[in-house]
Design a protein around this ligand. Structure first.
Ligand code: C5P
Length: 236
């Protein structure tokens, strides 16, 4: 297996990004957030008006995505999401909304879109050691990775964390813990996205047979990181 690749998969809000970044820092690897690529592609499709009506025109979306220049930062600095650039424009903030998350899940069903982004992801991985996070990294993109982690948490906990993140991103948004109504809305959105991501035909979210599952419910980063590092020591 390939020791220079660490695959981190799991549903939205499970704590994948936080763990993947911390792991990359601890090991001196680059950090590749593949969700950011789907989000950038989705933002472009939304702006082009291609997602306004169901069913979406798959060919038009794939044609658009093929022309895009999507770049992501791979330095695991602090606990900020990686910077994302769409045709040279910094869209790091714009891609983080609930709407773009849902749109990303919608276009992620399209095999043509996945093929294009998978090419970018493989190229980044071939460039050197990395921790890559997403939904299909251990199963489809880097099946040769020695370490595969499947990070999960209860739906309630994932919704609370995501609501907190969203509130923190909006300047002046009052309660950083997220209101009850906010948490409810986020929970519905996450459940919908999980269903969509797990039931699609191409590269659905699933646990790779050789992955280790880390349940982060009620766990802080330090203890999850410790477990992940122990798995790395065992397998690398
Ligand atoms: O991880 P994040 O929430 O940013 O991903 C946004 C969406 O992109 C996911 O809900 C999923 O539909 C899609 N995605 C994917 N495969 C990946 C990464 C993300 O299908 N490797």
């Amino acid at each position: 297996c390939r020791r220079e690749w660490i695959a981190v998969d799991g549903p939205a809000g499970a704590g994948k990004s936080t763990l993947a970044r911390a792991l990359a820092r601890a090991l001196g690897f680059r950090y590749v957030d593949t969700g950011a690529m789907y989000r950038a592609a989705a933002l472009a499709a939304l702006r082009a008006g291609l997602l306004a009506h169901e069913p979406i025109d798959a060919d038009a979306v794939v044609r658009l995505v093929k022309r895009l220049d999507i770049r992501i930062g791979t330095e695991p600095e602090g606990d900020r999401p990686a910077p994302v650039y769409l045709d040279g424009e910094d869209v790091s903030e714009a891609v983080r909304s609930l709407e773009v998350g849902q749109a990303a899940s919608a276009i992620a069903r399209l095999a043509g879109v996945r093929r294009i982004l998978a090419g970018l992801q493989r190229r980044l991985a071939e460039a050197g050691p990395c921790v890559m996070e997403g939904r299909d990294i251990g199963t489809v993109i880097l099946p040769e990775a020695c370490v595969k982690l499947y990070v999960t948490a209860s739906l309630e906990e994932r919704a609370r964390r995501r609501a907190r993140e969203l509130a923190a991103d909006v300047p002046g948004a009052g309660d950083p813990g997220g209101s009850e109504a906010g948490v409810e809305a986020v929970m519905r959105e996450l459940a919908r996205r999980d269903r969509q991501d797990s039931s699609r035909e191409t590269a659905p979210l699933m646990v790779a047979p050789d992955a280790v599952t880390l349940d982060t419910t009620g766990q802080d980063l330090a203890s999850v990181l410790q477990r992940a590092l122990a798995i790395c020591r065992e397998r690398l």
